[in-house]
Design a protein around this ligand. Structure first.
Ligand SMILES: NC(=O)c1ccc[n+]([C@@H]2O[C@H](COP(=O)([O-])OP(=O)(O)OC[C@H]3O[C@@H](n4cnc5c(N)ncnc54)[C@H](O)[C@@H]3O)[C@@H](O)[C@H]2O)c1
Length: 251
């Protein structure tokens, strides 16, 4: 059986840990060459070293135009871009500081825009490509305390569709992924480092548990591969059933 991502070169942002790291691992296992990009240099370099010759680490702050220019300048081709880097910030709307709002928007939303823009010339040269943008269930519906995060994830969902409509003519597909609660460090870190039982918090979703990073990586591999050749501008939800119901659910 041939590997599902053979002959493809991918760049995954936020790949030092969590869902980005899980995607990078699966990409290498499926035959891709992978650039792991992050601001956590030690963790990113260690994972790239562990993954071997098919992987290398690139320091890339996704909110920096210069970092994107440097990252793509070092690449001879790019078939898959996963805009995965992201941050979460909890605060009530009325107490949200402008600096916190802008930090979340700059990383999640501006980072995704800059990434897509940087990828287009290389993908056009390659004759096509796949861009996978990590949105969230917060790109589909609201959650309290998440004004900046929700705004950024709705924006990613929207710009994914614009990019898909513009870039389809070049064979470039663009889709958004909407995970529910996934067991990574992101939520715990945003909650101030406290130990949280995510499975307990997620007990009301249909599957009665939080998701795992490797479960999202499986979906990202599908979208990166030619198996999704007719999918573009679409929303791929992997949330254990969280958005299948609404707040009036009586159970
Ligand atoms: N964990 C969840 O419940 C959940 C749910 C839905 C969507 N998501 C989204 O999935 C993506 C991955 O999150 P995760 O759960 O793996 O969290 P994580 O915190 O484990 O990983 C996020 C990664 O992004 C990196 N990063 C942060 N700022 C960066 C920057 N400026 N430039 C480059 N890299 C940067 C971090 O260093 C980290 O490696 C994010 O976009 C997140 O919003 C997460």
């Amino acid at each position: 059986m041939t590997a599902r991502l053979e002959h493809k070169t991918a760049l995954v942002t936020g790949a030092a840990r969590g869902q980005g790291a899980a995607a990078a691992r699966r990409f290498v296992a499926e035959g891709a060459r992978v650039v792991l990009a992050d601001v956590l240099d030690e963790e990113g370099k260690a994972l790239a070293a562990e993954l071997g010759d098919a992987a290398r680490y690139q320091h890339l702050d996704v909110s920096s135009e210069d970092d994107w220019a440097a990252a793509v300048a070092g690449m001879d081709r790019l078939d898959v871009l996963v805009n995965n880097a992201g941050v979460l910030h909890f605060s009530p709307l009325a107490d949200t500081k402008l600096a916190d709002y802008q930090r979340v928007i700059n990383i999640n939303q501006v980072g995704t825009f800059l990434g897509m823009r940087a990828a287009v010339p290389l993908m056009r040269t390659a004759g096509g490509g796949s861009i996978v943008n990590l949105s969230s269930v917060e790109g589909l519906a609201a959650a309290p305390l998440l004004t900046a995060y929700t705004a950024s994830k709705f924006a990613i969902r929207g710009m994914t569709k614009v990019a898909a409509v513009e870039l389809g003519q070049y064979g470039i597909r663009v889709n958004s992924v909407h995970p529910g609660m996934i067991d990574t460090d992101m939520i715990k870190e945003a909650a101030g480092g406290v130990e949280l039982d995510l499975n307990r918090i997620a007990r009301r979703v249909a599957l009665r548990r939080a998701g795992r990073a490797d479960e999202i990586a499986d979906l990202v591999v599908f979208l990166a591969s030619d198996e999704s050749s007719y999918c573009t501008g679409a929303e791929f939800v992997a949330d254990g059933g969280a958005t299948a119901t609404h707040a009036l659910n009586v159970t």
